[in-house]
Design a protein around this ligand. Structure first.
Ligand code: FES
Length: 578
C-alpha cells in the first residue's frame, strides 16, 4: 500500500478527508484553536484519553503528562487530540470505585469509536483507571499504547518509610490497640503522600501499571518510574512518538493482547507479589479482546512461581526503590526460564528483547529466580462447597501457619454489621475463629468493596495477634495483607453458599490442597438455601447506573464485567449525523 493510500484509508479520513459540506464541518470547528489546514492531510490522528481529575489525586498531574505525549505525537508527524473520560479515584469515590469501572470503560470505548481517531494513548494511574481504559480500548481495537502516571515518592514519617495504604492499615490497628495516638495518626497523613503519583506500594495501581508493561501495552519501565521523575515525562513523550508509528504499522491492540501476553502478565504478577485485583481486571480485559482466560489459569501458570520483589505489602521496600533497582525489566529478565519470549510489545520488540539485558542494581530489592524473596507466591485459586466457582488467596501476603486452618465461623451479614460489631468486647470470637463477611460482592455491595481484609477485634489485637483467617465475597486493597480469602463465587447476594454460612459453622482452609470447605452437610445446606431470601437494595440503588450494573454484572470469577460488554465491536466508523 502506498503512503497516500494508507493515508486515505485511515479512520480519521472518514471525517477530515472529505471535500464536501461535512468535511468543512468536521475540520472547521477543530480549527477554532488555531490548527493549520495541513493537520488534516491524512496523518495519524491520535487520541489522548485522559483521566485527569482533582477528584482522583493519583492522576492530578495528568495535564502535564498529556502535554508530553502531545509533543511526542507532533515530533513524529501525528496530530494529537486530547479528550477526558470518567476518572475513578480510589480514595474518594463511594461506595467503591469498582462500581464504576465498567461505566468508565463504556465511556472510553464509545469516545474512541465515535471520534476521528486512528490510535490512542491511554493515561492511567489510580487503580481502576487502568483496567477501565484497557477494557474500553480493547473493545475498539485500534493501535493503543498505555502510559501510567507513575508511583509517588516513598512516604517518610519520623525517620521511617511509610507505604500507601499498607501503612494506614498498620497504623489504624495501632490506634485501635492503643499503641499510637490520634495526633500521631494525623501527622502521618501528611507524611504518607507527599508528591504526585499513585500509591507507591505494590498495590493495585502499581500492579496494574506492571501489567500494562508485562502485557506489552506500555513501554519498558512504564511500571515503576516515579511520577515526579523527569524520566516519566520522557516515557510519555516517547509513547507519543511511538503511537504514530504504531498507526503506520497497523499494530492494533489485539496483536499485542494475545494469550501469550496474558500468560506473561500472570507470571509477572506472581514475581512482583501483585494485587489480587489483577485477577478480576485481567479476566475482564481478556474477555473484551476475545482471549479465553479463566480463574484456573492463574493457579496453573502463576502459583508456583516465586515472588522476587521485597516490596510492601508483602515486604519492606517501595516503588521508588524498585525503579532505582532496575524496575520491571530486571524482574522479567529473571523469568527467562518461564516467560513466553515471542509476545510482542508496543515498541515493536518482544517482551524478552526489551528485558534480556536489563541490569539489577540492588539485589536486596529485586531477588534472583534461584534465591527469591518468597517461594510459590502466585495467587492460588481455592474451590470447595463454599466457593463452587472459585475464590482467591494471595499466599505471599498471608501468615504461613494459617494457610492450613480449621476454625469456627464468626459471621457478619454485611459491611454495616461488621462495623457495628467488630469492636464489641462481647463478640464471641478468638484468634482461631474464621471471620466471614457476606454481601460485599459485585451485586451485593454493589460494586464489590475492598472490605475483605476485615479489621481484627481489638481484644485479639491486644494479645499481639495480627492475622486471622478471613473469608468473603469482597475484594481486598492491593496494599493490604493477611490470610484473606477473597472473591468467593458465587457471591452471597447471588445465592452462593456463602449466603447460608452461620455463626458456629466450621470452615476449613487448606491452600496447598486448594480447598475451602464448609463443614455442613449437603442436606442442611439445601435446607438453609430453601429459606434464604435475597437481600433488597435500598430504593435509591434501584434505578440508573446501579440498577443496570446489578442486573448485568458477572461474578468475580468471570471478571465482573457487564454481560453485554464482553467482547468487542471493533473500530467501525459510525454513520455521520449531518
Ligand atoms: Fe490511587 Fe492508591 S489511591 S492508587
Amino acid at each position: 500500500m502506498t503512503d497516500d493510500t494508507k493515508k486515505s484509508t485511515r479512520r480519521s479520513q472518514a471525517w477530515f478527508g472529505r471535500q464536501d459540506r461535512d468535511g468543512f464541518i468536521y475540520r472547521s470547528w477543530v480549527k477554532n484553536r488555531g490548527i493549520p489546514h495541513d493537520q488534516f492531510d491524512g496523518r495519524p490522528v491520535i487520541g489522548i484519553c485522559n483521566t485527569y481529575s482533582e477528584l482522583t489525586p493519583c492522576n492530578s498531574h495528568f495535564r502535564a503528562l498529556a502535554e508530553q505525549v502531545k509533543i511526542g505525537i507532533w515530533e513524529a508527524g501525528g496530530f494529537p487530540l486530547e479528550f477526558p473520560v470518567m476518572s475513578l479515584g480510589e480514595t474518594l469515590l463511594r461506595p467503591t470505585a469498582m462500581l464504576y469501572r465498567n461505566l468508565a470503560s463504556m465511556d472510553v470505548e464509545e469516545s474512541i469509536r465515535a471520534n476521528p481517531l486512528d490510535g490512542v494513548v491511554l493515561l492511567m494511574g489510580c487503580d481502576k483507571t487502568t483496567p477501565a481504559l484497557l477494557m474500553g480500548a480493547a473493545s475498539v481495537d485500534v493501535p493503543t499504547i498505555g502510559v501510567s502516571g507513575g508511583p509517588m515518592l516513598s512516604g517518610k514519617y519520623r525517620g521511617r518509610e511509610l507505604g500507601s495504604g499498607t501503612g494506614v492499615w498498620q497504623m489504624s490497628e495501632d490506634v485501635r490497640a492503643g499503641k499510637m495516638t490520634q495526633e500521631e495518626f494525623f501527622e502521618a497523613e501528611s507524611c504518607m503522600h507527599r508528591s504526585h503519583g499513585h500509591c507507591m506500594t505494590m498495590g493495585t495501581a502499581s500492579t496494574m501499571a506492571s501489567m500494562v508493561e508485562a502485557l506489552g501495552v506500555g513501554l519498558p519501565h512504564n511500571a515503576a518510574i516515579p511520577a515526579v521523575d523527569a524520566r516519566r515525562n520522557v516515557l510519555a513523550r516517547n509513547a507519543g512518538r511511538r503511537i504514530v508509528q504504531m498507526v503506520e504499522e497497523d499494530l492494533v491492540l489485539s496483536k499485542i493482547l494475545t494469550r501469550q501476553a496474558f500468560e506473561n502478565a500472570i507470571r509477572v504478577n506472581a514475581a512482583i507479589g501483585g494485587s489480587t485485583n489483577a485477577v478480576i481486571h485481567l479476566l475482564a480485559i481478556a474477555g473484551r479482546i476475545g482471549i479465553k482466560l479463566d480463574l484456573k489459569d492463574w493457579d496453573d501458570i502463576g502459583q508456583q512461581l516465586p515472588c522476587l520483589l521485597d516490596l510492601q505489602p508483602s515486604g519492606k521496600f517501595l516503588m521508588e526503590d524498585f525503579y532505582y533497582a532496575g524496575g520491571l525489566p530486571a524482574v522479567i529478565r529473571q523469568l527467562e526460564s518461564v516467560i513466553d519470549k515471542t509476545a510482542l510489545t508496543a515498541n515493536g520488540k518482544t517482551l524478552w528483547e526489551n528485558c534480556q539485558d536489563a541490569p539489577n542494581w540492588n539485589e536486596e530489592v529485586i531477588r534472583s529466580f534461584d534465591k527469591p524473596f518468597k517461594e510459590a507466591a502466585g495467587i492460588a485459586i481455592l474451590k470447595g462447597n463454599l466457593a463452587p466457582d472459585g475464590a482467591v488467596i494471595k499466599p505471599s501476603a498471608a501468615t504461613p501457619a494459617l494457610l492450613k486452618h480449621r476454625g469456627r465461623a464468626v459471621v457478619f451479614e454485611n459491611s454495616d454489621d461488621l462495623h457495628k460489631r467488630i469492636d464489641d468486647e462481647n463478640l464471641d470470637v478468638d484468634e482461631t475463629c474464621v471471620l466471614v463477611l457476606k454481601n460485599c460482592g459485585p451485586k451485593g455491595y454493589p460494586g464489590m468493596a475492598e472490605a475483605g481484609n476485615m479489621p481484627l477485634p481489638p481484644k485479639i489485637l491486644r494479645k499481639g495477634i495480627t492475622d486471622m483467617v478471613r473469608v468473603s465475597d469482597a475484594r481486598m486493597s492491593g496494599t493490604a495483607y493477611g490470610t484473606v480469602v477473597l472473591h468467593v463465587s458465587p457471591e452471597a447476594a447471588a445465592g452462593g453458599p456463602l449466603a447460608v454460612v452461620q455463626n458456629g459453622d466450621f470452615i476449613e482452609l487448606d491452600v496447598e490442597a486448594r480447598k475451602l470447605h464448609l463443614d455442613v452437610s449437603d442436606e442442611e445446606l439445601a435446607r438453609r438455601r430453601a429459606q434464604w431470601q435475597k437481600p433488597e437494595l435500598p430504593p435509591q440503588m434501584q434505578r440508573g447506573w446501579v440498577k443496570l450494573y446489578v442486573d448485568h454484572v458477572q461474578q468475580a470469577n468471570q471478571g465482573a464485567d457487564l454481560d453485554f460488554l464482553v467482547g468487542k465491536s471493533g473500530p467501525y466508523v459510525p454513520k455521520d449525523n449531518h
